[in-house]
Design a binder for this molecule. Structure first.
Ligand SMILES: *Cc1c(COP(=O)(O)O)cnc(C)c1O
Length: 398
């Protein structure tokens, strides 16, 4: 591959030619994706598919033309997840602006750990995260947020921050600082990643209680309280409740206000997993009563790659309290996060996460959002905060 960049500047033209051909292949896929008469998938069983494809990593480099053919073959057998008839996953559709953003992201090829390596993207992240927090609630503006590799990891960040808030010494001293069994609660319809937190973080899945839900798939608050009391009488420490806003399978919304009352009563952290339903925060018609009370939570998971149609992956976790993420996860590696840089190091967001390198998931969301007409939605006063019932049905123009 000596006839493309970065080998010799004269190779600029052949490089552009190669890339334009690749883009042509991509555009063919975009066209096919948007054509209702196209099949969503040309399905073959794995053994058969292996015969149709040449997947070997060869001894000798192949020609540029062969690589273009490889790109075309790859997309030929790929599922068209943006096809109008594709409904297999909660992340579907192919938003063209978001895709254009992803192309730029790939070209910029940067890491998100420090301001110096991604100045524009870091500032964008700051603006968009603040904006999302303001949509969650007016009292969230001063909070903190981070993009994570998926809703499951976002939920894990909520768990970690909650434990850190309650047991700040855990970070240094470990499990011995907690005198008793930590217990967490989530509905029996919640995403399995919540249970996974219990396993990953040393509680054990038996200490992630699955609260029964009603026939609509919503957590039953009285059952939550019953289970909390049951564990308290055993000397356990109930500390975390996950309330699902948009359950993965049937799209149910747990009653946030009633659950928030219970969390306040027993001094527990309230996390709202709105990975799937978070997009409704933007909807005048559907936000209430489904997400009423979300501003009372301590943390919220919201995946723009689901209902908002951003390209994979794009997941966000938001905290009402600023500083927790950093104090919980910061390791201050001195080769990367020096404290004496020439700029304001609060923009070195990378030390808030348990990863080192972080993929740029913000640009595609920022660009996509810039293209949309968008008004901030104020919670209408016609809903009773506790009963979620409308007190003035006449005035509603949904
Ligand atoms: C999809 C989903 C998740 C997990 O998100 P990933 O990005 O797939 O990790 C978590 N919670 C709910 C409610 C979801 O629907």
């Amino acid at each position: 591959m000596r006839n493309i960049l970065p080998y010799k500047l004269e190779n600029t033209e052949s490089t552009c030619e190669f890339l334009k051909k690749v883009v042509e292949v991509l555009l063919d896929f975009v066209r096919a994706t948007n054509n209702r008469n196209e099949k969503i998938l040309d399905f073959h069983h794995p053994e058969e598919m292996q015969k149709l494809l040449d997947l070997e990593v060869p001894q000798q480099g192949l020609s540029l033309q062969q690589l273009i053919n490889d790109c075309a073959t790859t997309l030929k057998y790929q599922v068209k997840t943006g096809h109008p008839r594709f409904f297999n996953q909660l992340s579907c559709g192919l938003d063209i602006i978001s895709m254009a953003g992803e192309w730029l992201t790939a070209t910029a090829n940067t890491n998100m750990f420090t301001y110096e390596i991604a100045p524009v993207f870091i500032l964008m992240e700051n603006v968009v995260m603040t904006h999302m927090r303001e949509i969650i609630g007016a009292n969230w503006k001063k909070g903190d947020s981070i993009l994570a590799p998926g809703g499951s990891i976002s939920n894990l960040y909520a768990f970690l921050a909650a434990r850190h808030k309650m047991f700040p010494n855990y970070k240094e001293k470990g499990i011995a600082t907690i005198q008793g069994q930590l217990v967490m609660f989530t509905s029996d319809q919640s995403h399995y990643s919540v249970k996974s937190c219990a396993s990953v973080c040393g509680l054990g899945t038996d200490n992630c209680l699955m609260v029964p839900s009603d026939i609509y798939g919503r957590m039953i608050p009285s059952e939550l309280e019953r289970l909390i009391l049951e564990r308290r009488t055993r000397g356990h420490i109930p500390f975390f409740v996950c309330c699902t806003s948009g359950t993965t399978v049937i799209g149910a919304f747990d009653p946030i206000n009633e659950i928030a009352d219970i969390c306040e009563k027993y001094g527990m952290w309230l996390h709202v997993d709105a990975a799937w339903g978070g997009g409704l925060l933007l909807s005048k018609k559907y936000r209430h009563p489904r997400l009423s009370g979300v501003e009372r939570a301590d943390s919220v998971t919201w995946n723009p790659h689901k209902l908002m149609g951003a390209l994979l992956q794009c997941s966000t976790i938001h905290f009402k309290e600023d500083g927790l993420l950093m104090s919980c996860n910061q390791m201050s590696a001195d080769y990367l996060f020096m404290q004496d840089k020439l700029y304001d190091i609060q923009y070195d967001t990378g030390d808030k996460v348990i990863q080192c390198g972080r993929h740029n998931d913000i640009f595609k969301l920022w660009l996509q959002w810039r293209a949309k007409l968008h008004k901030l939605i104020k919670p209408p006063s016609i809903y009773n905060r506790r009963t979620h019932k409308r007190s003035d049905v006449k005035g509603v123009t949904d």
